[in-house]
Ligand binder design. Structure first.
Ligand SMILES: NC(=O)c1ccc[n+]([C@@H]2O[C@H](COP(=O)([O-])OP(=O)(O)OC[C@H]3O[C@@H](n4cnc5c(N)ncnc54)[C@H](OP(=O)(O)O)[C@@H]3O)[C@@H](O)[C@H]2O)c1
Length: 305
């Protein structure tokens, strides 16, 4: 198939493009930068330079590529200060709202038959009831103040993609990404904070996190491109775990001292939510319907891979 990947140079894109090419697809990979054409060439994609926030550029890029499938992997997440999440996620929120709308319009004009978009399983599930959520469980209607715009942008993306009746709209809710190109990797921001004992264990550390290795996220995305049907899929590993479990284990793996305890109040509202209230996600539907299995079924071994 001809597949148009928006976000082809990112942490997921760099894993996804070569897998799509190896599976025999013709991939058109989008970037903002002329200087990244060479990277896309090496990954095996036809480079396409366009700004996702410019509807005309997106329409022209998609029209030239004439894709059967569009994959939306656009984010712009820099360093995140948990006290200013909505400020730090603002560029990503624009990509999830305006960027999604531009790609959908361009795809509709070309009659694409499948539209696969990156969403998130790590943040948005409602913090009530069981520790592990399925795709039908409700999203958080009362997020922490600093997370509201982010959750609203995720909702916009999901509703727009699932509501696009002219195509097979597929939403992939990735867990907390780790591995190459992410901040949870050797030498990268979050691992270094843990190594330097600057990632505290807040309150009881009861927030449940679901992780996913970028390579596994990419494999699931290939499966969705090839035979996904309209709907939402959690793309997470088999091992949702509370912060009180994974954070000390990660510290031990990195040879660091055990994390410093910190009271909930010191973490701010969003920090307290992430560390003490988050819910994990189940991958049962993705395994069943996409025929996908994570090669890294648990962060316990995956972090060290
Ligand atoms: N997923 C989460 O919720 C979350 C939360 C916290 C931290 N993280 C961390 O965030 C990192 C990923 O961050 P990232 O957002 O910088 O992703 P990334 O992996 O760099 O990918 C972003 C992609 O979007 C493209 N892009 C962004 N703005 C664009 C625009 N206006 N027009 C066209 N393309 C555009 C980029 O292309 P070009 O740059 O080539 O134009 C790139 O291909 C990972 O380390 C992850 O661990 C993720």
């Amino acid at each position: 198939m001809r597949v148009f990947v928006a976000g082809a140079t990112g942490a997921i894109g760099r894993q996804l493009v070569p897998r799509l090419v190896a599976a025999g697809h013709e991939v058109h990979g989008m970037t903002r930068s002329e200087s990244k054409r060479a990277m896309l060439d090496e990954l095996g994609a036809v480079p396409v330079v366009a700004d996702a926030l410019d509807p005309d550029q997106v329409a022209q890029a998609v029209a030239r590529a004439r894709p059967e499938v569009i994959v939306h992997q656009l984010t712009a997440i820099g360093p995140v200060d948990l006290r200013h999440m909505d400020r730090d996620f603002a560029p990503t929120n624009r990509l999830r709202t305006e960027g999604t709308d531009h790609l959908l319009s361009a795809g509709q004009a070309m009659g694409v038959r499948r539209f696969v978009a990156q969403s998130n399983a790590a943040f948005p599930y409602a913090r009530t009831g069981g520790a592990v959520k399925g795709e039908e469980d409700p999203l958080d209607a009362a997020s922490a103040r600093e997370m509201r715009a982010m959750v609203a942008a995720i909702r916009h993306l999901e509703e727009a993609v699932l509501g696009a009746g002219w195509t097979e709209g597929i939403v992939l809710r990735y867990g907390a990404l780790y591995g190459p190109g992410t901040s949870l990797a050797p030498g990268q921001e979050q691992f270094e904070l843990v190594r330097e004992r600057k990632f505290p264990l807040v309150g009881d550390g009861g927030g449940v996190w679901s992780f996913i290795h970028t390579a596994d996220a990419a494999e699931a995305t290939v499966a969705a491109v090839e035979h996904g049907t309209r709907g939402v899929y959690n793309i997470v590993d088999d091992d949702p775990a509370p912060v009180a479990e994974w954070l000390p284990a990660l510290a031990q793996m990195l040879g660091a001292q055990q994390p410093m305890p910190a009271p909930r109040l010191a973490a701010g509202e969003a920090g307290a939510v992430l560390m003490t209230e988050l819910r994990g996600a189940s991958n049962a539907k993705a395994k069943r319907e996409l025929g996908w299995q994570p090669a890294h079924p648990s962060w316990r071994r995956g972090f060290a891979a």
